[in-house]
Design a binder for this molecule. Structure first.
Ligand code: GAR
Length: 207
């Protein structure tokens, strides 16, 4: 059984996709053992509670220093005994010590086809605003391992989504979630749980 901790910051629709996929059996041999949010009162926490998953809020503002916050986050993950950490709309950059400790065991969902529209400052709706501004015709989503850079780790899965003429950032965000994110994130977790993902020379190999 793969133990998974899910880190969230907001709506938690990707968390919901994972909960549903575990429930329906499309993710096998996996248990979501903890949800950690860096914000209180967010919908993602309600979703965790409804699914009976323990959750914890760890907010930067409650700590004296960035180091103390980082330590609390790492301790919380350690205590959960999670073997895989999923960033499902977690909008903070992870402490380098956490990335190092959990090398190739942290994955992130990003709402574009990396390397387009990613890196520092590209998160949430902003990603879709920039894609529309640039006039690209195809966007999508990417699941990748987290390394010490920003959206730079080995790519696990990607799925393309068409952009329509009259799209707003909000409409596009929803289509990317429905057609790509909520599919490839559960799929990636299932592949990892099945032991089918290997990282070699900075690239993902599917076995
Ligand atoms: C999702 O679109 C996710 O891809 C994005 O935030 C949204 C969270 O939605 N993540 C990033 O932009 C990370 N750089 P959710 O809370 O409903 O899952």
């Amino acid at each position: 059984m793969l133990k998974v901790a899910v880190l969230v910051s907001g709506g938690g629709t990707n968390l919901q996709a994972l909960i549903d996929a575990v429930g329906s059996g499309s993710i096998e041999n996996t248990e979501i053992v903890k949800v950690i949010s860096n914000k209180s009162g967010v919908k993602a926490l309600e979703r965790a509670e409804k699914a009976g998953i323990p959750s914890e809020v760890i907010r930067k503002a409650d700590f004296e220093s960035a180091e103390a916050f980082d330590r609390a986050l790492i301790d919380s993950i350690d205590r959960s005994e999670a073997e895989l950490i999923v960033l499902a709309g977690f909008l903070l950059v992870l402490p380098p010590a956490l990335v190092k400790k959990y090398e190739n065991r942290i994955i992130n969902i990003h709402p574009s086809l990396i390397p387009s529209f990613c890196g520092k400052g590209y998160y949430g709706l902003k990603v879709h605003e920039e894609a529309l501004k640039r006039g690209v015709k195809i966007t999508g989503a990417t699941v990748h391992f987290v390394d010490e850079g920003c959206d730079s780790g080995p790519i696990i899965l990607q799925k393309a989504v068409n952009i329509m003429d009259n799209d707003t950032a909000e409409v596009l965000q929803k289509r990317v979630m429905e057609e790509a994110e909520w599919k490839i994130l559960p799929e990636a977790v299932n592949l990892i749980a099945a032991g089918r993902i290997k990282v070699s020379n900075g690239k993902v190999e599917l076995t």
